[in-house]
Every structure is written in C-alpha cells, then in structure tokens.
Design a protein around this ligand. Structure first.
Ligand code: PXP
Length: 247
C-alpha cells in the first residue's frame, strides 16, 4: 500500500505577532512564507482575524501576490471576511469560529448549529473557485453538516488531543481517527491541525485519510532555536516517519 502524500501547510501568523509587538515591519511574515516554501512547505496558512492582532490586510495582499504555493486563508464567517476572500481569491479558505477574547481558536465551528448562516457563505466562496474547508470538532454530526453544506474539505480540530495526556489523549486520538474515516466515507477531504508539535504529530500524521496538516505556533517558536527552515524540516521528518511506520 502507498500512503497518500500528506501536505504540510505552515501557518505564519505568529511571525506577524512578533512584528506587531513593536509595530514596525520586522519580522516580515511574507519573507517567512517565502522561506517556508523554500524549506518544503506545501502551502501557507494565514488567519486574518477580525481584530487584526497578527496578520494584516496588507499581508494577505502580499502573500497572494508573492507566494507561489497555495494560500489557505483562515477566516471567520462574516460578511467582511467573505468580501476580502472574494477580492483576493486565495486557493483555499478555512472557516473558523472566532471570539475576540480568545487567545487562539478554541474549538471547532458549529457547522450543524449555524447551518443557515454558513450555507450562503460556503456557496459564495465555492462559486468563486475557492476551496472551502470548515474547521470542526471530530464529531459525526459536524461532519454530516459539513458534507450537507457542500464544503469539499474539513479540518479536524486537534487542539483537545494536544492538551490531553494518557488515556484521555488516547480517547481523543481515537475520536480524530474515527472522524477522519467517517468524513472520508462522506466524500470529504480530511485535514487536521491546531496545537501540533514534533512530539505529538506522529499519531495524527499516521491517519491515512488525513492529507494535510496545518501547523504554526510550534514551528515558529522552534524557529527561534533552530531556524525556520530546520524547524520545518524537523516537522516534515516527524510526519513522514509516522506515515511510513503506519504502512
Ligand atoms: N488550523 C486552524 C484552523 C487554526 O485556527 C490554527 C491556528 O491559527 C492552526 C491550524 C494552527 O495551529 P497552531 O498554531 O497551534 O499550530
């Protein structure tokens, strides 16, 4: 059996977090994106938050213009963000829930509960040729809603898996595995992400249905110690080793 190649999308939000701490232009997240591509990233992910706490509108314009790999724009399901996505037409848009007070995305989108709100948004993005993904919990009800909404892709939230330990971690891992299998059986393309590190990425990377991981905070943090290229190589190696061992 050959495993389907698993793409690594590198999220460069936190390069912008460091830049914004001083309000200048350094470090430049677009430069980081170009370096990430050089180091083997299959795509670049950036989250334009409503409060613009890290990535800015200008960063998105420059990423679209300068980066020659697929851009995955993470966005809240708001009219403002839909208009921005339609203006820039990134390769992909990942719809995430957003609360202003949260430190980072805290959970999956309630695709089932917000069905009516999400339906026209998914349709407008899809009609513009943007590959829509919904960031959801590994939960069958949410997967069914995503498929019914016509989203071709879901990204399974791995944040809970990453925070738990022992038996709870294993139970959450089983939930992600089952969701990946069920989602694929519905015809959804399965991605995963949030909170992944080189020491916990293996079991998620080994799930055969998961064809893309989006990873940011750990890679950018690790880049302080080993450089961005090396941090990406190490993540890529951890993913590849786990996928190979699972064959
Ligand atoms: N996927 C989604 C939908 C996210 O919101 C985030 C965080 O911006 C990530 C992946 C990456 O998470 P982390 O930065 O913890 O690797």
């Amino acid at each position: 059996m050959t495993a389907v190649y698993q793409r690594l999308g590198v999220n460069i939000d936190h390069v912008a977090t460091i830049r914004n701490a001083r309000g200048g232009a350094h470090p430049d997240p677009v430069k980081a994106a170009l370096l990430a591509v050089e180091a083997g990233a299959d795509g670049i992910t950036a989250h334009l938050r409503e409060d613009r706490r890290h990535i800015s509108d200008d960063d998105i314009a420059r990423l679209v213009a300068e980066v020659r790999r697929p851009l995955n724009l993470e966005m809240a399901a708001t009219e403002e963000m839909v208009e921005i996505a339609l203006r820039h037409r990134p390769h992909a848009a990942c719809i995430v829930p957003e609360r202003r007070q949260e430190r980072t995305t805290e959970g999956g989108l309630d695709a089932a509960g917000q069905f009516e709100h999400l339906q026209p948004i998914v349709a407008r993005l899809r009609d513009a040729g943007i590959r829509v993904s919904l960031f959801i919990e590994p939960d069958n009800r949410q997967l069914e809603a995503a498929a019914k909404l016509g989203a071709p892709v879901v990204e399974l939230h791995t944040g809970r898996y990453c925070h738990l330990t022992g038996a709870e971690e294993q139970a959450e891992l089983a939930r992600v595995r089952d969701a990946a299998k069920f989602g694929a059986s519905l015809g959804l393309e399965i991605h995963a992400g949030h909170g992944l590190r080189t020491d916990n990425v293996g079991p998620i990377a080994a799930i055969p249905e998961v064809v893309e991981l989006n990873i940011g905070h750990f890679i950018i943090g690790e880049a302080v110690f080993v450089g961005l290229g090396e941090a990406i190589h190490q993540m890529r190696a951890a993913m590849d080793a786990a996928r190979k061992a699972a064959l």
